[in-house]
Design a protein around this ligand. Sequence first.
Ligand code: KG4
Ligand code: ZN
Length: 348
Amino acid sequence: MLTLGIETSCDETAVALVRGGRLVGEKLATQIDVHALFGGVVPEIASREHLRVLPRLFRELLDETGVEPEEIDNVAVARGPGLLGSLLVGVSFAKGLCLASGASLIGVNHLWAHLLAPGLNGELVFPALGLLVSGGHTHTYLISSPTEFELLGRTLDDAAGEAFDKVAKALNFPYPGGRFIDELGSEAEPDTKLFPRAFIDNPSLDFSFSGLKTAVANHVNAHPELVFSEMADADAVKQLSGERREALARVCASFNWSVADTLRIKVERALRQAGEVRSLIVAGGVAANSMVREFMGRLADENGLRLTLPALSLCTDNGAMIAYAGSLLSEAGLHHDLALEAVPRGRV
Ligand code: KG4
Ligand code: ZN
């Protein structure tokens, strides 16, 4: 079975081919530089970029892998959640391919695909507790099989990645700033009293990160000398030195700790409620964060769970995870017809 995956839900256009659970080839074009000018993703620009780039990426993927379009058995496409206009580009392209070649169409939940992605490099063990931490979502799931996800907790306001991006913006770091906070923060010890861990003193499995973001913004407003006066580029962050670098590193480390420790507390609570699980899967862009990886590793050890993390290249949006999730759905006998719709939010 050869499955093509198409990802256009946000600001990466990506295609990949998976056969027998292994990656055959992939192509990815990021729009980060275009959106960085605006400090965030501009939906209208995103969909136009997908439209411009997707046909070329698909052609390049076929050329590089030597695959003919007729050889593709399944066309899997991220149907949501995401930006409606962007999703529609991928879904329409997928339908066109299926119509032309007779391949089967499979609509994939982008969030589930993130959580299944580590299966590309290793074994997924079920039942699993899944933590999805991305730019748009912070969800915990009880995952009984590749097709059975029960939502346990979710963010009530900002997603974890959104908090990273907004704090990075307040510090005038380049967009998207999660990586810079991670890297600079690794140079300092966190002050665990500096910022709050919001919404933890309750039995809820839900998350809230907007208060933390505001606390960092208030701290920055009180210490304007800390931050860049205008949006920095990666070189400016690299060149930062002396006391200012130390002070900013401490802010980054302390904020990062508050996020990582909040995730730890809520995942531990979810584990207690979920009953018997055998593994902990952590996925999404923020799963690339070194402190989050460390905290989740410790939590898994303490609970005798296997920890499953995607390779760093599979944490942020990519086509391989869509192709792989699509191949699992196909194995389970699940396909869509051409009436498949994009689902920008809510139940996919
Ligand atoms: O999963 P993803 O590519 O996009 C969505 O589907 O939302 O995740 C992107 C998010 C961004 O918010 C980005 O700042 C964050 O992941 N991110 C990180 C790191 N690398 C990416 N956040 C913290 N530490 C990192 N190392
Ligand atoms: Zn994503």
